[in-house]
Design a protein around this ligand. Structure first.
Ligand code: KG4
Ligand code: ZN
Length: 343
């Protein structure tokens, strides 16, 4: 079974082909760069760029995979949540291919695509405990199966990736901030600045990052016009990153207790989403999992931030479960993974 996946929900135009034997035949990611000057993604610019690039990206992906449209068994697209202009571009492209080739169309929830990516390369069985942490979302969930997620907690304000991006902007590192803050943090002293650990010690699995971001802002402002030295900036990045890790790990500890009660046979702690590319986070989670008798698993680094492979694989999982969507499926700017959740 060969499935084409298209991703265009934020600032990556991407496509990939995956099969039902967990192979990735080709994956092409184009990261839009026009947003750097604005310090964040501008939805209208993103949508126009997706429209311009998507056809070429799909063609290049099929060429790399060595196949034609006639070899596809299904086509999937990120159909939300995300910036709606971009989502419409990917969904319309996928629907057009599905209509012309008369093959199933799969409307993939972008968050589910992140959540399932770990199963593309490795054998991670359901159920697993999942930290889903990206630029727009930060949630702790139990993944029971395709389309079956229970949310244990979520951020009550900013997402962790968003906090990384905002801190990067404050200290003059530019967008996207996560990898830049991580690089500075690797050189810095994480104990230099005393920053809050939001929500630590409270019951439940909700998260919060806006207070931490404000605390960083106060420190940056205290340096006044002279600005910070490179050493100050590295130490602040390291202290910020440590606070995020402490906060995530502490909230996950509560999540692990719930997971063990609800799923005594569950064995895996999984991280997904753009922030999962952070090496310090991966090693902190690996330790946390080992301490609690779980095995840590994460997608390969290049499949953490947005890509087409995660969408193609989610398409495969849906088709294996016998699922597809109608061609009148409407793209969704909001689409919670756990419909019973409030946020
Ligand atoms: O999943 P993703 O590509 O897009 C969304 O669905 O939001 O995640 C992008 C986010 C950005 O906020 C980016 O700064 C963050 O992931 N990110 C990182 C790292 N790489 C990407 N955050 C921390 N450390 C990283 N190495
Ligand atoms: Zn994403």
């Amino acid at each position: 079974m060969l499935v084409l996946g298209i991703e265009s929900s934020c600032d990556e135009t991407a496509a990939a082909v995956a099969d039902d034997k967990k192979n990735l035949l080709a994956s092409v990611v184009f990261s839009q760069s026009e947003h750097t000057a604005f310090g964040g993604v501008v939805p209208e610019i993103a949508a126009r760029d997706h429209l311009e690039k998507v056809t070429g990206i799909v063609r290049e992906t099929l060429e790399k995979a060595g196949i034609g449209f006639e070899d596809l068994d299904a086509v999937a697209a990120s159909a939300g949540p995300g910036l709606i202009g971009g989502v419409i571009v990917g969904v319309m492209t996928a629907k057009a291919i599905a209509a012309v080739r008369d093959i199933p169309f799969v409307a993939v929830n972008h968050l589910e695509a992140h959540a399932l990516t770990v199963r593309l390369g490795t054998d991670v069985p359901f159920p697993y405990l999942l930290l889903l942490t990206s630029g727009g979302h930060c949630q702790i969930l139990i993944a029971y199966g395709v389309g079956r997620f229970k949310r244990l907690g979520a951020t009550i304000d900013d997402a962790a990736g968003e906090a990384f991006d905002k801190v990067a902007k404050m200290v003059g590192l530019g967008y996207p901030g996560g990898p830049k803050v991580e690089a500075c943090a690797a050189r810095g002293d994480p104990t230099r600045f005393d920053l809050p650990r939001p929500m630590v010690g409270k019951a439940g699995c909700d998260l919060s990052f806006s207070g931490l971001k404000t605390a960083v802002r106060r420190i940056v402002d205290s340096y006044g016009e002279n600005g910070m030295s490179d050493k100050d900036r590295d130490d602040l990045c390291a202290s910020f990153q440590q606070a995020v890790l402490d906060s995530l790990c502490s909230r996950l500890k509560n999540g692990i207790k719930i997971f063990k009660k609800e799923c005594p046979d569950g064995r895996f702690l999984v991280v997904a989403g753009g922030v999962a590319a952070n090496k310090a986070l991966r090693s902190a989670l690996e330790k946390l999992a080992a301490k609690n008798g779980l095995t840590f698993a994460a997608p390969p680094m290049n499949l953490c931030t947005d890509n087409g492979a995660m969408v193609a694989w989610a398409g495969v999982e849906h088709r294996l479960a016998g699922l597809s969507d109608s061609l009148d499926f409407s793209p969704r700017p909001r689409w919670p993974l756990d419909p019973s959740g409030k946020r």
